[in-house]
Design a protein around this ligand. Structure first.
Ligand code: IMP
Length: 435
């Protein structure tokens, strides 16, 4: 059975949690392949609201095994909090969640350095989530990171921690004028988590492999989004991992021949948190209303998101670097409030027109969007039950998105609940005989 990748097509917060959660129905494994607790998924099931940062949203389905794979960086303290919260709601998280021993640990000095580096950058700061993500990935690449498996070998854990702490304390004391961190304090705290986290340790690549061999379906769930990708996003205003579809393969540890669907999750407009270029950003009342109606405040940090019109140039670029087989369009209902809707079809800068995302970042910073205007529909669409019953203007808007993104829109979400998702093209993830 093939695997499906779910990836954010914009700057994160596109509604991946809802999409994964909906599609998890016919899935056996939901695998988180990168990022850490910088992500935030809000999933609404019935009257219950679940806010997840690290655990894949498939946890909400009892038949799903949620997997935190090799490419993730995890903060054990946050993970325990999340597991306890889920357990308290009867979800047996400790027995079900599987974590790769290769996932890297976010350490207290990563959190501290994230904060200090941002502070030192002053106005040029990236607006990180301050969760220690960048410093943890930097140590992973520098080969001085501690991994989840190290928690279960006290001697090795202390040895590695001692070695890395020498450098971290030099940085903290000499560059940032802070107090040094204590080896025993950190070791006691982290090794104290080990006993409770031990049942989660698993050979996740083996689990994924045997699941695929046995004909099970798996979802590879990305965090953040394409434009926050370390290699393909708006560097340096990016996260430190690879949310794009290719990152799913390295992050989870499987080959491309197993993947047959790549679903891009995209809002019907665009949002971003943190700093960096955003060509269709709105600074006027329209933007303020979009932000309020869309509830555009971060799940992780509570920050107000920047908002703008749907960007066709960006969508084509996301399609290029991910190879979408489908788009899952979210929050179409938010646009009901506007008389006229705009979609950026190209950019201009310095007399030149860009149909494709400009390869030079300086152009992206100054790009002026060229818009196509479409009429709004005015009516509340949040209770519509069939795609065909959407107002003509709403369907035209979806058609326009598909045309500009060069990828087919399969699902359209019109509200936060599971039931508020319309199927536009009937192409099930797995054959009907399994569903
Ligand atoms: P970091 O991932 O905390 O290092 O932050 C780097 C950039 O990615 C910042 O602009 C963050 O606001 C952004 N970012 C990280 N995680 C998310 C997310 O889940 N949604 C949206 N933006 C994110």
């Amino acid at each position: 059975m093939p695997a499906t990748i779910i990836v954010g097509a914009q700057w994160g917060d596109e509604g991946k949690g809802k999409a994964t959660d909906m599609l998890a129905d016919t899935t056996d494994l939901v695998v988180r392949y990168q990022g850490g607790n910088n992500a935030g998924h809000t999933v609404i099931v019935g009257d219950e609201v679940f806010k997840l940062h690290l655990i894949p949203s498939g946890i909400l389905y009892r038949h799903v095994t949620p997997v935190v794979a090799d490419g993730v960086v995890l903060d054990p303290r946050v993970m325990l909090e999340e597991l306890d919260g889920l357990e308290a709601r009867g979800l047996e998280a400790f027995a079900r969640v599987k974590v790769s021993g290769n996932a890297h640990l976010i350490m207290p000095f990563h959190r501290e350095l994230d904060l200090l580096i941002e502070r030192r950058l002053g106005k040029a700061n990236l607006g990180t989530t301050r969760r220690g993500i960048g410093p943890a990935y930097a140590d992973k690449a520098a080969r001085v990171g501690l991994r989840f498996q190290d928690l279960f070998d006290e001697k090795i854990f202390r040895q590695k921690l001692e070695a890395v702490l020498i450098h971290k304390n030099e940085q903290l004391t000499r560059i940032y004028n802070r107090l040094p961190m204590q080896l025993d304090e950190i070791a006691d705290e982290y090794l104290g988590y080990a006993q409770r986290l031990a049942p989660l340790l698993a050979d996740t690549t083996e689990l994924i492999h045997t699941s695929l061999e046995a004909g099970r379906h798996i979802i590879l769930e990305g965090a953040q989004g394409t434009m926050l990708d370390l290699d393909h996003g708006t560097y340096p205003f990016v996260t430190s991992s690879n949310p794009v579809a290719g990152g799913a393969l390295t992050g989870a540890g499987l080959g491309p021949r197993h993947v047959d669907r790549v679903i891009g999750i995209t809002k019907a407009y665009v949002t971003r948190v943190g700093a960096g270029p955003f060509p269709t950003e709105l600074f006027d009342d329209v933007g303020a209303r979009m932000c309020e109606i869309g509830g555009e405040y971060g799940t992780t940090t509570g920050r107000r998101r920047r908002v703008g019109w749907f960007d066709g140039v960006l969508a084509r670029y996301a399609n290029r670097v991910n190879g979408f087989t489908d788009l899952f369009l979210t929050k179409l209902d938010v646009l009901s409030a506007f008389d006229t809707l705009r979609i950026a079809t190209s950019y201009t800068h310095d007399g030149a027109t860009y149909e494709q995302f400009p390869p030079h970042q300086s152009v992206v910073h100054h790009a002026e969007p060229v818009y196509e205007d479409l009429p709004g529909w005015g009516d509340d669409i949040s209770e519509v039950e069939r795609y065909e019953d959407l107002p003509r203007e709403a369907r035209d808007y979806v058609d326009a998105i598909e045309e500009h993104a060069h990828a087919p829109v399969t699902w359209v979400s019109i509200g936060p609940k599971r039931s508020q998702t319309l199927v536009r093209r009937d192409v099930p993830l797995v054959p009907a005989s399994r569903g």
